[in-house]
Ligand binder design. Structure first.
Ligand SMILES: Nc1ncnc2c1ncn2[C@@H]1O[C@H](COP(=O)(O)OP(=O)(O)O)[C@@H](O)[C@H]1O
Ligand SMILES: [Mg+2]
Length: 345
C-alpha cells in the first residue's frame, strides 16, 4: 500500500520520573522499560497509578522531573516539543475532532500542517479512511456530529496515523464505547497494526483488553511503580506478586486458555475421538472448551491445516492446562495453580 510506512521506533524509559508540583510523592517513579519497535505495550493499572503521566511524558505534554525517555536513541527533551508531537500519534478516550470540519479535513490536519502537497494529502486521507473502515465516499464529507462514537474513535485513529508517525500513544482510546463496539474496534486496530506496525503505548485498566492488545503488558500500582513488565502469558501465569495476581483476577486460569492453542498440547491419539467435525489445531484452548461444552462431549478431534485429524482433545487435558504453570515458572505461581483448576470444572 502506498505510503503505508513501516516506520517504527524503539522507546526507552530510563528511570523516568514525574513529581507534580505540590504532590507528596511521584506520579511516576523511576520507570525503566524498553518497548521494542513495532510492538504494542499496554500500560495497565488502577486509576491514579501514573499510566497517563507515563504516556504524556513521551510526547511532552508532561515534562519529566528526572530520568529520560528516548525514541530511537534520542531524548524527547532534546526535541522541539511541537515537532515531536507531529511525529507521535495521540488518541484519547474522547477524541477531540474539530466539529466544524469534515471527516476528511479532520484527518488531513497534520499532513497539511507539515505542508504536504494537496494531492498527497487527499490520497493519504482516503487511504486511511479506508483502512479504518470508513469508506471516504460515504464518510469523508460528513461532520463529526453525524458519526457514532465508535466511528469517531476510528477517525481519531486515522488522524493520529495520518503523517505516518513512528509512535502511537493511545490513552484508554476505546474506554467510552459499548462492549460490542469496543470488541470490534479492538479487532480492527489489531488488523491495522499488522499492516502499519507502529510502536504503540496503549493505556488500559481492563485486563481482558490488555491481554488481547498487548505484545507486552506493563502493570503499574499506586505511586507510579512498575511492578511487572512481561508478555500477557507470563503476566497471567506467573504474576510476580500478590498485587499483580489480584489485579489479573481470579479467573486467570480461564484467561490463560485464550493464549494457548491446541497445537501446543500433547493431544491424545486420533482414534479416541467421536466422529464429529474436528477443531483446527490453531484454535485456542478457550475455544476448544466452548466447543466441548456446546457439544456436551468430553472429547473432540483436532485437525491440522489440511483437515487431517491429528489427535483428540479432552476436557481433562484442558483442565490440566488451565492450572498448569508455564514450564519456566516460579514457585509462587505453582502454589497458586490449584484454585485455577477448579474454575474450569
Ligand atoms: N496535572 C496534574 N497535576 C497534579 N497531579 C496530577 C496531574 N495529573 C495527574 N496527577 C496525579 O498523578 C497521579 C497519577 O495520575 P495519572 O497519571 O493520571 O494516573 P492514571 O492515568 O493511571 O489514572 C495521580 O495521583 C494524579 O492525581
Ligand atoms: Mg489515565
Amino acid at each position: 500500500m502506498a505510503n503505508q510506512g513501516h516506520s517504527a521506533a524503539e522507546i526507552v524509559f530510563d528511570r523516568a520520573t514525574k513529581v507534580y508540583r505540590g504532590a507528596p510523592g511521584p506520579a511516576v517513579d523511576g520507570l525503566s522499560m524498553t518497548v521494542p519497535a513495532g510492538e504494542i505495550c499496554v500500560l495497565l493499572g488502577p486509576s491514579g497509578s501514573g499510566k497517563t503521566t507515563a504516556l504524556t511524558m513521551v510526547n511532552r505534554l508532561v515534562e519529566l522531573t528526572s530520568g529520560d525517555i528516548r525514541i530511537d536513541g534520542v531524548s524527547v527533551g532534546e526535541q522541539d516539543a511541537t515537532g515531536l508531537r507531529r511525529r507521535i500519534g495521540y488518541v484519547i478516550q474522547q477524541i477531540g475532532l474539530f466539529p466544524h470540519m469534515t471527516i476528511e479535513e479532520n484527518v488531513a490536519t497534520v499532513p497539511q500542517v507539515l505542508g504536504w502537497k494537496r494531492d498527497r494529502v487527499r490520497d493519504r486521507v482516503r487511504e486511511l479512511l479506508d483502512l479504518v473502515g470508513l469508506p471516504p465516499r460515504e464518510y469523508g464529507g460528513r461532520y463529526p456530529a453525524q458519526l457514532s462514537g465508535g466511528q469517531r474513535q476510528r477517525v481519531g485513529i486515522a488522524r493520529a496515523l495520518a503523517a505516518d508517525p513512528p509512535v502511537m500513544l493511545m490513552d484508554e482510546p476505546f474506554g467510552a464505547l459499548d462492549p460490542i463496539t469496543r470488541e470490534r474496534i479492538q479487532d480492527e486496530f489489531l488488523r491495522l497494526h499488522e499492516q502499519v506496525r507502529k510502536t504503540t503505548l496503549f493505556v488500559s485498566h481492563d485486563m481482558d483488553e490488555a491481554v488481547k492488545m498487548g505484545d507486552r503488558i506493563a502493570i503499574f500500582r499506586e505511586g507510579g511503580h512498575l511492578v511487572q513488565y512481561d508478555t500477557p502469558e507470563r503476566i497471567l501465569t506467573a504474576p510476580v506478586d500478590d498485587f499483580v495476581a489480584r489485579f489479573v483476577g481470579a479467573d486467570r486460569g480461564l484467561k490463560a486458555l485464550t493464549l494457548r492453542r491446541l497445537a501446543d498440547l500433547a493431544l491424545e491419539p486420533a482414534g479416541a475421538a467421536p466422529d464429529t467435525a474436528p477443531l483446527a489445531a490453531t484454535e485456542t484452548l478457550h475455544t476448544a472448551l466452548s466447543a466441548l461444552m456446546a457439544s456436551s462431549a468430553d472429547r473432540l478431534p483436532v485437525a491440522d491445516g489440511d483437515g487431517r485429524v491429528v489427535g483428540t482433545v479432552t476436557l481433562d487435558l484442558i483442565r490440566a492446562e488451565a492450572g498448569r504453570p508455564s514450564p519456566d515458572e516460579d514457585h509462587r505461581a505453582e502454589a497458586d495453580a490449584g484454585p485455577a483448576d477448579g474454575e474450569v470444572a
